[in-house]
Design a protein around this ligand. Sequence first.
Ligand SMILES: [Zn+2]
Ligand SMILES: [Zn+2]
Length: 663
Amino acid sequence: MQKPSTSDRDAHLNPFAFPSETDIRFLLLVLAIAGSTMILVQALIGIFIESTLIAFPSALIVTVSLFVIAWHQARQSAAKTIEVNKWQPFPPQKADLLQSALFQQMDRYIQQTVANVSELASEKIQFIWDETSRSSTLPTGMAFGFGKQQYVCLRQGLHEAFIQFPESPTFQSVLMHELGHIANRDVSKTVFATSLGQCFFPIAISSVVVFTVYTLWAVCDRLVKGITLDPTQPGIREIINTNIKIIILLLIVEIARASILRVREYYADARARNWLGTSTTLTQFFLEQLEPSPQKNSTLKNKHQRGRLYVWEFLEQQFRLKLAPFHPTHHQRISRLENPRHLFSLSYEVALLAGFLSGVSLNANMIIFSIFTELSNFNSQLNQSVQAANEPTLLVILTILLFFALTLVFSAIFLAVFVVFGLIPIVGTVGLQIQQAAFADCAQPTQPRLLTLQRLMAVSLVLGTGFILGCLLSPFIHALSMRTSEAAIPWFGIFGLAIGWAGVFFIWIVSIARLAKSLYLNHAESSIPRQKRRWLTRLSGFLLFPIFLWMCMVQILFGAQAVKPDLFSVSALVIGCMISGAFAFVLYGIIWVVGWNIGSARGWFRNPQCPHCNSVINNQSGLLQNCHECDRSITSWAWLPLPVSLPPPPSLFVPVLDTPPPL
Ligand SMILES: [Zn+2]
Ligand SMILES: [Zn+2]
C-alpha cells in the first residue's frame, strides 16, 4: 500500500481521533434518562408529599439505582443471550471430517486477521457459532458483550460466505464490520443503552398510569361528594397535558436510543474500510444486498393481503421507520463510505436533542430552588428553639454552622444540577462536533467547508429552538416555564427568547471553532491530542457558563413578569437584562482571554516544530502530513492509519458448492 502524500486529494482525516458521534449520542441518552427519571420521580412523590427536601434526594436515589441495575443487567446480558439461543463456541464440533476441516480453516483465518489488527490487541474476543436462531442461515454476524467480555457471533450463513471468499465480498465485509464494532468500543455502550431503556420504561409507564388514576380518582371523588366538576376542569386539562408531555419525553428517549444503534454502524464501516484500505469491498457488499430479496417482498405482500396491519402496528412501524430506525439504509452506508468527511460534519438532530434535553431537564430540576425556602424556614425554627433554650451560646454556634453547611450543600447541588443538566448536554455534544468540524475545515481547506456561516447560524438556531421546546414541553411547571396555567409569555416573546438563545449559542460556537482551529492545526505529534481536547471541552463549559446563566435569568424574569405584571415594568426589565448581559459578556471575555493565555503559555497556539529535524512547520495552507524539510511524517494522528496486512485468502480444498462459481 502506498502512503498517501499531502497532495493526495483522497487522503482522509482520521475520524477516530475524536470521540465518535456514537459516544456523543450515548452521552445524550444517559443524560436524557437521568433527567427524565429525576423529573418523573419528583413529580410522583409530589402527588403525596409537598416537600422538595424529600422529593429531590429520593429522585436522586432512584436515578442512581436505575443506573446500577442497568449496569448489572448489561453485565449479564451476554451470558444470557448465549444460553437462551443455545449458541456454542466457534469452531463447532462436527462429525463430518471435511466440514470439520473447513471450520478449522475458517477459524485459523479469523484468528490470523484478529492478530494482525493492532486496535484489537488489547481485546479478548470470543467467537460464538449460531446455527439455532431463526436468522442463522443469513450470512451475518453480531458483536455483543460488556466490558472485558467481547463476543462475535458468526451465523451459519457466514460459513457458506467463507467458502465463496474471496470471490464474494460478503465474508470479509461482515467479519471486518463486526470487529470494527469491537475496536470502536461501542458494544458495551449499546448493551448498556438497551438495559437503561429496559429499566427506564417501567418507571415512565407507571408514572403515566399513576397520573391517570390520580385524575380519575379526583374526578370520581368530586362526583361522589356532589361537587361540581367545573373547577376541576382546568386541573384535568393540566393532567392530560402532563400525560402527553410525558409520552413525548418517552419518545425522545427512544429516538436517542435508536440513534446510537444507527450511528455506530457508520463508524464500524469506517473502521472496516480503514483496515481493508479501500471502500470497494464494503460498497460491493451493500450493493449486492440492495437487490430485492424475493422472500421479503412476499411477506410484505402477505401482510397487505391479510390486511392485518392494525393502527397501532402501523404507528409503531412509522415511528421506527421515520423517527427512530435501528439501522441505516444501505444507500446511507454507501454514501458515508464514499465521503468519510460526513463523520466530521455537524448533526442538526444532535443539536435539537441536546437543546431539548438541556431545556427539559434544567427546567424540571429547577425545583431545587424551593429547597432554599425550606432551608430558611428550617433556620428560623432553629432560631426560635435557640432563643427558648437556657444556655444559648453553644447552640447558637451550632445553628450558624449548620445553616452555613446546609447553604453550602445547597449551592453545590444547585451548581451540579446546572452543570450536569444544563451545560454538559450541550458542551459534550454540539461543542465536540464543532471542535471536530473546525479541525476538518482547517486541515483540508480545499475541501467543501463544513462550518459555513450559514450552517453555524442554523445550528445555533436549532439549539436555541430545542432549548425553548424543552422548556415548553417540560411536563411539570417550574422556574424556566414560559406558558403556565396562570399566565404566559406571548408567542412573539417566546420567539424573541429563542432568538436570544440562538445568539448566545452562536457567539459560543464561533469562539470554540476559533480555539479548536488554533489548537489542533498546531498539533504535530503522532499521538491523539486527547489532553488538548479535554482542556478545550472544559474551557468551552466555562465559557458557556456566564452567558447561559444570564439567558436563563432573562427567561425566568420575563416569565415572572408575565405572571405578575405589576412586579416590574417591561422597560425596567429590559434595562436590567441589558446591564446584566453586559456583565455576563465581560465575564465571558475575561474567561476567553484567560483561556487563550493558558493555551499560549503551553505553546499550543504556536506554529509547531518538526519532532525529527526541529524546523518550524507552517500550517497556513492546511495540515501537512510530512515535514517539508525532512519529509518524515509529522501529524500521523490526524490521518487515517495505513491498512492492515490481512492473511492471504484460504485455498480451499474442493468443497461441494451448491452455487455455480462466478464467471
Ligand atoms: Zn453493525
Ligand atoms: Zn522535519
